[in-house]
Design a protein around this ligand. Sequence first.
Ligand code: SF4
Ligand SMILES: [Zn+2]
Length: 145
Amino acid sequence: MTGGWALRAPCHGRDGFTVTEDDWNTGADLKRLCGPQLPTCGPCPFRAECIATVKPAQAFFDGIAGGRLWCNGIVIDSLDGVHDEELAEPKLRAYCGTEAGAKDHDRHGERRCTACRQAVREMAARRKEAKAKEPGQLQLDFPTT
Ligand code: SF4
Ligand SMILES: [Zn+2]
């Protein structure tokens, strides 16, 4: 977990909120391993931040985040009194070095990074090249008689 709030969360320094790949197979295993820690999230004022950071649905998360027990990104158990508004996950950013990355910079009002600028330049050059090769655009050089 990241962010200054995580240091003040009730789970800080406690184990058992996630699992390693080889110690579980089913949702029942998750309930047995992580379930007992779920009440820790009850008094936590950072449940929404927790979900926004972990992005459990998008990350196919297994374990406890934001007062819910998740299995492959799906809620399989939750505390009473948790609110659906806490479940909003910010969209994952596109990777830098791609056109989508460049668009994400634009959307966030940021300057495009070097890798994204390069990707946009390369794609533009590739498109130009592809267009030049389109049938009908070909300049065939027949010898004149
Ligand atoms: S909601 Fe639960 S897992 Fe998330 S920070 Fe709070 S106590 Fe920790
Ligand atoms: Zn970038």
